[in-house]
Design a protein around this ligand. Sequence first.
Ligand code: ATP
Length: 731
Amino acid sequence: MAVISKYVDRIAEKCEQSGLSIQAFSYALVGSALCALTIKLTAPYMKNTQSSNKYKINKGPHTPLPIDGSDDDMKLAEAEKLLVQQELKKTNLQMVEPGLNKEFLKQLSALVQIMIPQKLCYETGLLTIHTLCLISRTFLSIYVAALEGAIVKFIVRKEIKQFALVLLKWFGIAIPATFVNSMIRFLESKLALAFRTRLVRHSYRLYFKNQNYYRVSNLDGRIENADHRLTEDISVFASSVAHLYSSLTKPCFDLMLIGLALMRSSRQMKANILSGPALSITVIALTAHILRIVSPKFGQLVSEEANRYGYLRHIHSRIITNAEEIAFYGGHKVELQQLRQAYNRLVTQMNNIFTQKLWFVMLEQFFMKYLWSGTGMVMVSLPILTGSATPSSSSSTSTTTSPSEANASHISERTQYLTTSRNLLISAADAIERLMSSYKEVVALAGYTFRVAGMLDVFTETSQGIYSKAIVAEHNRDTSGIIEYRNGKPIAKGRIIYTDNNVMSINLCAVPVVTPNCDIVVPSLTLCFEPGVHVLITGPNGCGKSSLFRILSGLWPIYAGELHIPRPFENKPCMFYIPQRPYMSIGSLCDQIIYPDTRDDMKRKGITENELRSILKMVSLEHIAQRDNFEVIRDWKDILSGGEKQRMAVARLFYHKPQYALLDECTSAVSIDVESSIYEKAKNMGITLLTITHRPTLWKFHTHILEFDGQGSWKFRKMETNEEQKDQFIC
Ligand SMILES: Nc1ncnc2c1ncn2[C@@H]1O[C@H](COP(=O)(O)OP(=O)(O)OP(=O)(O)O)[C@@H](O)[C@H]1O
């Protein structure tokens, strides 16, 4: 600054020498500075208005702005627009917005019933001890305030012995006080964990009910990242409920008991006991009202932030899951762009919250730190300034002591009163501040309640077969009467009937194949799969071959007709599905073969390691058992090759020996000789094959063929074994 001012002085001198007055020079300097400041302040707004106008005209109101004008960022904004539109669709589906309303109370009470299922349970025990600790902490605070008042009184009176005695008491009380403080935190954490455990158990139960983990992500569009809601959101919700309990009840106890203590000391000072509390209540009520009016909608903001954070994690986990595919494709640019979009949207939301908090916290602090302190000072001084007499405790001493001694005693009494009241007031102000700031927490809790309760609602609905998808809701399509809609949602009118054990055939009676988006792939299927009738399923891509398996396995709802399937008998599944990309579970080699059985199931079935070894031999994987024994836990997804993984999946088929095997191109990576021997062995075991394949070498293992034409029609007929049939099939 000094350098600049010297430089300015030198220019001014030069200007004066050339005939320009210093005043004129100053005007010019200030004018140009103001001009520069105006340009600096208005330029970004002008730029934003221009670009937002441009976007309003060209791309609709919800398009996010590009970060700069570069082509890349324009593309990013375009992609983000799609993302925003998807979010909007989702929001429209969910309709209700989080906030302090009836819906929030209803959702919270439903969640409280899950977290505290009975009047007498572990959680109520914790709550009782927690409440007792909170009450005793308040009594201790009042006692400590009184002790501090007495300490000051004895200092003013110069009574060393009394001072030392009270100081000792003060130190003595510190031990239970600190223990109670620490206990409050401990109990709060225990309570949060207990609530979380109850919620997690409940939601896990729902998540795994009726294949909900599949339905939520595939058939319903309301929850995009169930993993985030099941982990992060439940944890934050439980902590926030436990924290709110103490941050609401403790200040209430504090206020009640401190108010009584203050009134008692005002009475001792023979002052009006109502004027102080009346003043404070008026000021607090007024400031609370103002804060409530100007408070931003933190519930919505927090809920949106959690949504965006969840989406960011979802993108990350997709990249981790599909790392190899992305690397082969060299798709890092696209993935990076998606990550940047997700992160930018999170940052925008966080910045929004920070900015809104900045002004709100400023106002809050002004009220709580300054306005309330001022009111507190007036409150404390009122009994002394308006008190008609000396404190009651000192009135008895005034007859035996001299006037100067009595005066000194009155001063010390007033000092004690002031110190005690001040300490009590500080605690009370702290309590009110906590109560007021709890409002923010309550609003934030509304956001988490909305997400957790919303998740449980969706789980309940999907487990009952009620789905909601934006794409379905938005299309008012003609489904030729196959799908019936109620309130914009399709109704699964079809029935699954489990037949008795002696009927082993699978029957489809006028069942349509309908995708989760309500696209009709095949309008009506009437078929009968009998044991020993090996069916080859064929047709062009996307004609509904895998969808038929999804319907047989009960993954997709049936919108009409009837499906008759045999009931599982003696723990033996009726159908066993093997996909093209087999799933490798966490665990040992043994766990891979017996999946989805557990070790206990395996023991119950009496299957030994030797039998597992011979199963591995049947699929030519015996070398794996020699390399790693059955117990070593490995990451089988990465260790085994594509073909080995497919053979491992077939090993599961030989372990479970189901009535029907649903084989969805499950040997596409297996060499032809091993594949043929696998099919031969499966047939010899009495397993009926329902095979989707594009390999002509497999035709000989089947007796019937189900052909889809891709236009919704199909043909089911006996397969002819002559060469002509084979050629026809190859085409
Ligand atoms: N989860 C889903 N949500 C919406 N539509 C789906 C879903 N899964 C499949 N579809 C659609 O259903 C139709 C039939 O798919 P399906 O997987 O049955 O084809 P496919 O005959 O097995 O084809 P391919 O030979 O390529 O495996 C396709 O148009 C597909 O886009």
